[in-house]
Ligand binder design. Sequence first.
Ligand SMILES: *Cc1c(COP(=O)(O)O)cnc(C)c1O
Length: 362
Amino acid sequence: MGNLEQHYVKEAFDTNWIAPLGPNVTGFESDIANYLGDQVLATALSSGTAAIHLGLLMLGVSHGDEVMCQSFTFSASANPITYLGARPIFIDSERDTWNLSPELLETAITERIQKGKKPKAIVAVHLYGMPYKVDEIHEIALKYEIPVLEDSAEALGSSYYERKCGTFGDIAVLSFNGNKIITTSGGGALISKNKDYTEKALFLATQSRENEVHYEHEEIGFNYRMSNVVAGIGRGQMRVLEDRVHARRRNFQFYKDELSSHPDIIFLNEIPGNYSNRWLSCILTPSFEVRERIRMALLDQNIESRPLWKPMHEQPVFKENLAYVNGVSLDLFQRGLCLPSGSNLEKEHLERITFILKQILS
Ligand SMILES: *Cc1c(COP(=O)(O)O)cnc(C)c1O
């Protein structure tokens, strides 16, 4: 936490705004929108998952539909597709950003169209804060007229040619879960330039209550609005976001500098235009065995590290789902490791970690 979170939370208590509405919620929404720029609007919700759910609903995804979804991601990118009775079709990654492969995406779209099943939406993810290939992906989306839900849950503070992640999709999603670069303990936001989407999201998230004195409902609603108490945390966190991004990028640069003499260790570099918040610092090792040796050596010293995300097409829960696969994400999962990445890591921590890695590698 920074210094101002308690101030905003106290204000919520002092003014008795302990509800899923109030000045912190609207204040947080305008803080987010102003930060992202490009005239986007924000609706604060109870989680990123809720934002994906409402986003897909508004993009018209419904029972029996197919949605193209990046396979290399956290399950929350895909789960809401199934809440709507639709089916995720998983698309593997490319090597440059570890995100959605434009080639496979186009192959998948044309094949499904030939089968008479035009995909309803594309879920593209800026994984670990690294922007996906924005131009390529959105060109394909435009060509086939399929809307994009931009999962920017891990990428607040990242940008592509000076434009912030969270401004590219027809609808974009942020998360303020406890593990993200800034947090409200739990929370999310739906972002769009289209006011119809952000207003409709607010309506759906507050039980679809019509504008009447009594409770009138013409549609099924949800209880997905962010509370005014946690929005206070969010307002304070927005003030330290840039510091957090710098701290995370510093972690990454330290690891990279220290380990650059070991050509076996591969870092994910930024392609032209990409600026990553480096939410997590990840490495690729030569093999599963080396990955595990490093992980266990760190664990021996009570230092937690974790394999990269296991691709969705390899998850038991999605084993029946169609997938367009090139082996990239499975390889990343087997050889990759997320190193300690907290914004509060100090130089001596980072030195201890790289010391252990160097011992294993020599
Ligand atoms: C965290 C995360 C989400 C979900 O956000 P919650 O706020 O935890 O519901 C969605 N997608 C990705 C890629 C995430 O990392």
